[in-house]
Design a protein around this ligand. Sequence first.
Ligand code: ZN
Length: 373
Amino acid sequence: MRVNHIALAEQLLGCALDYGPPSGGKIIAYGPCPGAHLHTTPSGPKHFRMIFDPEGHEMPHEHCFHSSCQGERDAFIRSLIRAIRAAERAENGGKPLPRPQNTPRPAAPAPRPEKPTFSRELAYQVAATCPRDITEELLRRLSPIEIPPDRHRWPELLIDTLFQPGERILVFTNMRSQGQYLRVAGRGNYRLATRPGEHATPCTHLPDRGPEGVWYLCAPVTGTWLPNPNNLDPATRQPRPGRRHAECCHRFPFAVLESDTLSPRIWLQILGILRDRIAAIYTSGSKSVHTLLHLPGCATTAEFNRHRQELLRRLVPVGADPAAITPVRLTRLPGALRLNKTEPDGSPALQRLLYLNPDPQPHQPLHTMPCLR
Ligand SMILES: [Zn+2]
């Protein structure tokens, strides 16, 4: 296939898939169900599978043994199809392609509560209600924590501002890894070993660039390897160890908000009127803006998912990407360079820190905040 559907699916799932025997000329691959946190009985190694057309003519589809995860799986497959279409357009020199006749719809939805859908018209109407032009420059002036000019200070400033001293934050230059660096908030940085049982080594700095940028996991982790019930070794059927899955996180303080459908200009106007607790805003080093919404006291994935339902209901219609709002989510680490993208002047793209608030309050939209500088 010209556009690699499997690679895109693995990127969205955040891990590699395990291949099973091909069936009916299709590639069968097993992986963690994107809605595994909603399973009401234990997740098995082959409960979630993806079916790929080796020629790439048909869009991939998926199946899970469980039905409680249907909403998450639908959101996942929509994100995947969007990613494939975007990659196809890029392959085609940016021109839109006709939708193939055989593109299957996502799996038939199980009966469930009404599902929020994006409305561009609504998004533009809501954006137009923001009485202030929310620009990157304005966000830096509104930021309760002053954003220093030196980008090398941003990663530690962000982590030390948003997390309790001693909390451990995983940092990635390869989003499919188990995390290559760790910052202990307020204390220091470590280069992590790649296997359980090996020691981390202290290092002075977090990575300041990556081939595709640098990410962090916005839920603090224990830092130790724990068996991942959603990633079973196909040979032994035992959980593989991981240090970035939900079992490794001891709280889920932030939801990541981004829009892959609206331009940053419109999206910033929508952020401007939100009454949620906005803790940080930074760019992806490309055309996206990541926002951290603080969810106070959110200690479990179940609590996170209660917030999630409410966030989806309110924010998906105005452009929020539902696939980004999950308990275990990598997000861009501000201050890092993203070497596969360039700024208008040709230099490597920078993941820019725009706004940082250590104590965001609800019902205080950005457009109402005073400029501090
Ligand atoms: Zn499932």
